[in-house]
Design a binder for this molecule. Structure first.
Ligand code: TXA
Ligand code: MG
Length: 330
C-alpha cells in the first residue's frame, strides 16, 4: 500500500496524519468528525477556543459546508489557490465538527500547493482540519523531522508523511473579506503587493488587521490568529539586531543573520544564515523556524536575529511578524 493510501485510511478511521504543505507541516484530521478533531487539540495541547483551518483539494470540495461565498473571496480563491492563502468564509452550521470553528460562524479554508497534500486530500475525500503540526510552544514545523521531534515522547500522529522541507516556511496569509474589504488577519507569502495585482483590488480595500489583533484583549473565541495566544519564543532571550557594529558577541550566542554577518563572525558563535540578500527574503522565510528550533537544541544563551530588511513589503511583512513575536516576551 502506498503511503498516501494508508494515510488516507488512517484519516477515515479518525486518526491523525501529519502532512507537508508548501507553508508548514499540518496535523490533519477528518474535519467532520468530532472524535478526530478532538485528537488534534489533545496532541498539540491547543486551547479549545482556537479555531482550525480546513484543507480541501479545490473550492468545490468545500461548498457543502460553506454558505454562499462573496465575489471578492471567490476571486481571491481563484487567483491564489492552490497556494499559501487561507480565506475565512461563512460556514453552514452542523456539518463540520464544532471544535473546528470554535463556535464562530466562519471557517478558515485553504487549498495547499503541495503535491503530497493534494494527493492525500484527493485520496481520503475528506476535508482535513489541520493546524500547524508543532506542539503548542514550538515553532511551526518545516520538515517531517521537526514533527517527529515534537512528538518523540508519544501522543502524536499515527503517521508523518515526508514531503521534504517546506518551500515557503511561514504559515499562510489569513484573510477575511467583509463588505468588499480585505482584512489581513495574519501576514504570509501572499502579500499586500500580490493582492494589489488582482484586478479591481485597490489600496483602500486592504486593511492590515494583524497589529490590531495582537493588541486586542477581547474574551471569547479569537476572531483572528494570534489574538489571545502566546507565540513561540526560544528559551533564551532574543535580541533583534539592526546595527551589528554595536553588538559584542558573547559565548553561548546563537546568531540568525544574513551572510555578511555570518561570514564576518567566522567561528566565534553558532550561527545560521538567512541567505545572502536581505532584499530577497524567500530563503530567510524558509529557514527561520528551523533556525529557532536549532537555537533551543544548541542550548543558546542568547539568540540574535538580523532584522536588516524591509518590514513593510512583500514577505518581509510576514517574516517581521514572526520574528517580532519570537522576540517579544508576551
Ligand atoms: O499555513 C498554514 O496556514 C498552516 C498549514 C498547515 O496549512 N496551518 C496553520 O494553522 O498555520 P494554525 O492552526 O497553526 O493557524 C491557523 C490560524 C489560527 O491562529 C486561528 O486562530 C486562525 O487561523 N483561524 C482559523 N479559523 C479562523 C476563523 N474562522 N476566523 C479567524 N481566524 C481563524
Ligand atoms: Mg500554528
Amino acid at each position: 500500500m502506498s503511503d498516501i493510501v494508508s494515510a488516507a485510511a488512517h484519516l477515515r478511521n479518525n486518526a491523525l496524519v501529519a502532512f507537508p504543505t508548501e507553508t508548514v507541516y499540518g496535523l490533519g484530521a477528518n474535519a467532520c468528525s468530532e472524535e478526530a478533531v478532538l485528537k488534534i487539540f489533545a496532541a498539540k495541547g491547543r486551547p479549545s477556543d482556537n479555531p482550525l483551518i480546513v484543507h480541501v483539494p479545490d473550492l468545490g470540495s468545500a461548498n457543502f459546508f460553506l454558505e454562499t461565498v462573496d465575489p471578492l473571496s471567490l476571486l481571491l480563491a481563484d487567483t491564489f489557490w492552490p497556494g499559501p492563502l487561507t480565506l475565512v468564509l461563512r460556514v453552514k452550521p452542523g456539518l463540520l465538527a464544532p471544535q473546528v470553528t470554535a463556535g464562530l460562524d466562519t471557517v478558515g479554508v485553504r487549498v495547499p500547493d503541495h503535491p503530497v497534500a493534494l494527493a492525500l486530500l484527493r485520496e481520503c475525500r475528506l476535508p482535513l482540519a489541520a493546524p500547524s503540526a508543532n506542539k503548542s510552544g514550538s515553532p511551526s514545523p518545516t520538515t517531517a523531522q521537526h514533527v517527529r521531534d515534537d512528538y518523540k515522547t508519544g501522543g502524536g500522529p499515527e503517521m508523518v508523511l515526508d514531503g521534504g522541507p517546506c518551500r515557503v516556511g511561514l504559515e499562510s496569509t489569513v484573510i477575511r473579506v467583509v463588505d468588499n474589504k480585505i482584512h489581513i488577519l495574519r501576514p504570509g507569502a501572499v502579500s499586500k503587493e500580490h493582492l494589489l495585482k488582482v484586478p479591481g483590488v485597490t489600496e483602500d480595500m486592504i486593511i492590515d488587521g494583524s497589529g490590531a489583533i495582537r493588541n486586542s484583549t477581547t474574551d471569547g473565541p479569537p476572531r483572528a490568529p494570534g489574538m489571545k495566544y502566546r507565540h513561540y519564543a526560544p528559551i533564551a532571550p532574543v535580541k533583534l539586531v539592526d546595527t551589528w557594529e554595536e553588538v559584542s558577541i558573547q559565548s553561548g550566542d546563537f546568531i540568525i543573520a544574513f551572510d555578511d554577518v555570518v561570514i564576518a563572525l567566522m567561528d566565534s558563535a553558532k550561527r545560521v544564515s538567512l541567505g545572502s540578500d536581505p532584499t530577497d527574503l524567500e530563503i530567510a522565510s524558509m529557514r527561520l523556524f528551523a533556525a529557532l528550533r536549532q537555537a533551543d537544541t544548541e542550548q543558546a544563551r542568547r539568540v540574535l536575529i538580523d532584522v536588516r530588511f524591509d518590514h513593510t513589503h512583500g514577505i518581509g511583512a510576514a517574516l517581521w511578524n514572526r520574528i517580532s513575536k519570537a522576540g517579544s516576551l508576551n
